[in-house]
Write a protein that binds this ligand. Sequence first.
Ligand code: FE2
Length: 263
Amino acid sequence: MDLLPDKTIVIELKNWFTTFVGTFNHQGEEFRKNIEIKREHTERVTGEIINIGKELGLNENELNLAEIIALLHDVGRFEQYTTYGTFSDQKSENHAELGLKIIKEQNILHALHPDIRDLVFCSVRYHNRSSLPADETERCLYWSRLIRDADKLDIWRVVTDYYHRGKAERNVALELELPDTPGFSAEVTAALMNRQIVNMKHVRNINDIKLLQAGWVYDINYPPTFIQIKKRRYMDLLKEVLPDTDETKKIFDVIDSFIQRIS
Ligand SMILES: [Fe+2]
């Protein structure tokens, strides 16, 4: 499709992004660290989406579109953290909608064909939904699935690194300000045993959020993503930082057999 973006537009948007993030340089060390976490996350998600896209056989211009979506998917995070001091959408507002507002207000996608612009809007809008709506076009859902897979691959990396680093470098923003209490919620366990994603409303402590993150395997769309999950041992890394109980073992047995069957 010749309406797709060329590399020039990608470069322009990357420059815009760098300048945009550079405006969030005020306040203290913790603030700057969390802004940097999201800048680096965005950079790596562009790499992830390109890798998945290549495995899926996307052409050069389709990969450009993928890169633009990844570059902009979390643009709302910077304002969210500046305004509310949190990455929790529950405690602030939906960062995807916030991002869309910025993209539209600043009119940064003016050079894109309107149909392609709509694909960027819909993928950014849906990147963090617990599930995708049924009443959207297949094209919109295709690109939304792609950013959701790429995003999860990097969030797993960020959080497994963090959980394994120990408590010396605690970052409450990455813990979504949840308490570090023992045990997990029954609803969380039940969802995972049924091979379902965990609803955020049942998440009460750090163990629950770790399990919710493990449960994202039930929301992965493309085979190359499963291959990376296995290769990087994300599920083992999450299991290792959860209480060593029969319940944990059962949950991860179900997850492991799911991944084996799919990939
Ligand atoms: Fe996001």
